[in-house]
Design a protein around this ligand. Structure first.
Ligand code: PBG
Length: 361
């Protein structure tokens, strides 16, 4: 065998004995050497950094916060490790911490002690919703405050609007009320309104109400494709808006939130919100609905948000507490995958932790 032929052979192969054997060997081994090697660009940190398609920034994150009235000290939420219900007072320190972390926005959820059939406290300029928005803005004016516009945290039956004679949420009364709620929130200083009730026509109603009251500059982030999901369970504990305490109302929200089985309908519903004047479209929950997010990315040029909901956060935290996953790694992977699927913005209860990780990375 010539040296030239020998040099064609990988070192670890047994040396063929004859020329014929060598040729056979060569043809076999040549097939085994891939021409395109995906691993070439995966070899070092520098290469991986160079070709990374998506990355996470503190600018992408929206931090949901719970604020409970008539509470003396911040209270932990058992189903969401690491998340607290803030008091109206402790919200101030929290907002300052948020500003320091570099986060640009929070979404506020009220835990009401003044519930009634319509959720009227949230339309009252002195009610919890208005007070917490005002307090948050006073504490950290540079942080955007997004108002979750919905009634379920303020109604005594836990639904997202008043109940009609058929025992269902009254769509058109709800959108009249939500227009008033949105204006109350804007007057209190909210920088953005995020209606989450899945009522038909709510985006038009809010846009109109904001426009005629001088809030033409306030954007609307629509919970555009919001599914009737079991993954909201921990949130409902946290916000005290579980259903089923009242016998006369449905124990689920399936007549307004979407069926998890429906993808085409989600796109249709989201595009309707775009037509009605939404500035940002949200898909919620996040992880089990990345296909919806990705399809919506193809259909709309609006900024898209994904909500990593309470149950998704809880799954990662409890798995980490049990030693099955690393909290930081699991969270960073999940959030990055939202970006890959098409999200520009992500709502996550890990926002403060993630802001610190990003700062130190
Ligand atoms: C209010 C609202 C809910 C969530 C956000 N806004 C509860 C619901 O629709 O039942 C869920 C958030 C979460 O689970 O993290 N309509």
């Amino acid at each position: 065998m010539t040296d030239k032929l020998k040099s064609l052979l990988p070192e670890n192969l047994n040396e063929p004995k004859s020329h014929a054997e060598l040729m056979r060997h060569k043809s076999l081994t040549q097939k085994a050497f891939p021409h395109v090697r995906m691993r070439r660009l995966r070899r070092t940190d520098a290469l991986r950094d160079m070709v990374r398609e998506n990355s996470l920034s503190v600018n992408d994150l929206i931090y949901p916060l719970f604020v409970e009235e008539e509470l003396d000290t911040p209270a932990p939420i058992n189903s969401m490790p690491g998340v607290m219900r803030e008091t109206e007072k402790s919200l101030e320190a929290k907002m300052k911490e948020v500003a320091k972390s570099g986060l640009k926005s929070v979404m506020l959820f009220g835990v009401s002690h003044h519930k009634d059939h319509t959720g009227s406290d949230s339309m009252n300029p002195n009610g919890l919703m208005a007070r917490m928005i005002d307090r948050a803005k006073q504490a950290a004016p540079e942080v955007m405050v997004i108002a979750d516009a919905c009634f379920c945290e303020y109604t005594d039956h836990g639904h997202c609007g008043p109940i009609n004679t058929m025992g269902d949420v009254d769509n058109d009364r709800t959108i009249e009320n939500i227009a008033m709620q949105a204006v109350t929130a804007a007057e209190a200083g909210a920088d953005m309104i995020a209606p989450s009730g899945m009522m038909d026509g709510q985006i038009s109603a809010i846009r109109h109400a904001l426009d005629v009251t001088g809030f033409t500059h306030i954007p609307i982030m629509a919970y555009a494709a919001k599914f009737a999901s079991v993954f909201y369970g921990p949130f409902r504990d946290a916000a005290g808006c579980s259903l089923g305490q009242n016998d006369n109302v449905p124990t689920h929200r399936k007549s307004y939130q979407m069926d998890p089985a429906n993808g085409r309908e989600a796109i249709r519903d989201a595009l309707l919100d775009e037509e009605e004047g939404a500035d940002i479209l949200m898909v919620k929950p996040g992880m089990p609905y990345l296909d919806v997010l990705s399809q919506l990315r193809q259909k709309s040029d609006l900024p898209l948000a994904a909500y990593q909901v309470s149950g998704e956060y809880a799954m990662i935290r409890f798995a980490a507490e049990a030693g099955a996953l690393d909290y930081k790694e699991a969270m960073m992977e999940s959030l990055t995958c939202f970006k890959r699927a098409g999200a520009d913005l992500i709502l996550t209860y890990s926002a403060l932790d993630t802001a610190h990780w990003l700062e130190n990375s």
